[in-house]
Ligand binder design. Structure first.
Ligand code: AMP
Length: 287
């Protein structure tokens, strides 16, 4: 069965031992409440690395004062059961779970943080001030505790992936950042630990995010390259949600506005449905 480790020293010693034997290690950082999206990252890591470490830590520093830290789902037992199931499909050593508590990650007197890169400023950066500082800080701490060859992130959190990629490059962290595609429900809803809060009626309205993104690609397929025109359609499709924090078509590297879609851009949406804030995105490609 899966081994669970709670301290940074213990997981680092174990990973350094593996690395010292020439074995490769993959890291999959999560906040738990695992679903198929997370498991796709775990499978990718198990398939490509000798060992896989899944970290499970609900990071308080990436939540704003009015956000859902207290009610964020914590389901460690079922998370471990799901990982055990996944591990059975592979003839390899079992993955390792690193599940530190809050004091282990943020002991009293803790005061250092990582100033996030420029790509953290727009979009989520506007609506969740301090969020990416919390993310870069905890991810750097996880990279230090788990000195892996490769870390796996989901494109579901597109801006987060770009932020981590920039941090890794800017600070010479020397590990590979591997991005995995967004896993969706059969009707298109991007899987998220927060989907469980949606009422049946909200669940239907939540579909408008992925529908707006598909409609955007369809317009591009019809030859419409102007973001303003495509945004009109996105906004119309989103009219059923309670609030749109942002909906934008931006450069897929810098996340800055584009005037025309030449070969590729990314459309990103953050919207509230009932009491739940959902995000989704899609890379739009000229075919
Ligand atoms: P979280 O626990 O929600 O912070 O997510 C942990 C990791 O799983 C992040 O790299 C996310 O981008 C990734 N992830 C979350 N949902 C999905 C999804 N539906 N598809 C692919 N990756 C996901």
């Amino acid at each position: 069965v899966i081994k669970t480790i709670g301290t940074c020293d213990e997981i680092r010693d174990l990973v350094l031992k593996m690395r010292g034997q020439g074995e490769t290690v993959g890291l999959v950082p999560t906040m738990g409440a695992l679903h198929e999206g997370h498991l796709s990252l775990v499978r990718e890591s198990i398939a490509s690395c000798d060992h896989t470490v899944i970290s499970i830590f609900v990071n308080p520093t990436q939540f704003g004062p009015s956000e859902d830290l207290a009610k964020y789902p914590r389901t460690l037992d079922s998370d471990l059961a799901m990982l055990n199931e996944v591990a059975k499909d592979y003839a390899k050593t079992f993955p390792i779970v690193f599940a530190p508590n809050e004091v282990e990650m943020y002991p009293e007197g803790y005061s250092t943080s990582v100033d996030p890169p420029a790509v953290a400023a727009p979009l989520e950066g506007v609506f969740r001030p301090g969020h990416f500082r919390g993310v870069t800080t905890v991810v750097l701490k996880l990279f230090a505790a788990v000195p892996a060859n490769t870390a796996y992130f989901g494109l579901k959190d597109y801006q987060q992936f770009r932020v981590i990629q920039a941090m890794t490059q800017d600070l010479n962290l020397g590990l590979r950042i591997h991005a995995c595609p967004t896993v969706r429900e059969s009707d298109g809803l991007a899987m998220s630990s927060r989907n469980r809060y949606l009422s049946p009626e909200d669940r239907v309205r939540a579909l408008s995010l992925s529908q707006a993104l598909s409609a955007a690609q369809k317009l591009l397929d019809q030859g419409i390259r102007c973001p303003i025109e495509i945004m009109d359609c996105i906004r119309q499709t989103l009219s059923v949600v309670d609030q749109v924090d942002y909906a934008a078509i931006v450069d897929s590297d810098t996340l800055q506005p584009v005037e025309e879609i030449s070969s590729e851009a990314v459309a990103l949406i953050a919207a509230r449905v009932g009491g739940t804030r959902l995000i989704d995105n899609r890379v739009l490609r000229v075919k």
